[in-house]
Design a protein around this ligand. Structure first.
Ligand SMILES: [Zn+2]
Length: 81
């Protein structure tokens, strides 16, 4: 997704990214664009993003959360031994 997004910084140094589907610009980086595409975290869902893209992002988000959960569980087990 990064290669498809226009990524640049303004004079203040805060990261801004542009949605490649609807051309809206958001500050805050990849997380903001992901929230925009999925329509979560109180952000308006992108009306122009293809369903395939949204499904792909959803799967990646879920697998990442699953990874974090497994990592946290492993660390928890190691610390309680
Ligand atoms: Zn958009």
């Amino acid at each position: 997704m990064l290669s498809e997004s226009d990524q640049h910084s303004d004079a203040a140094g805060s990261l801004k990214m542009q949605c490649v589907y609807c051309s809206k610009v958001y500050s805050g980086g990849v997380g903001r664009i992901r929230s925009h595409l999925l329509g979560n975290n109180g952000m308006k869902k992108c009306k122009d993003a293809p369903n395939d893209v949204i499904r792909c992002i959803t799967l990646r988000t879920l697998s990442y959360r699953e990874h974090l959960t497994k990592t946290a569980g492993k660390l928890k087990n190691e610390t309680t031994c």
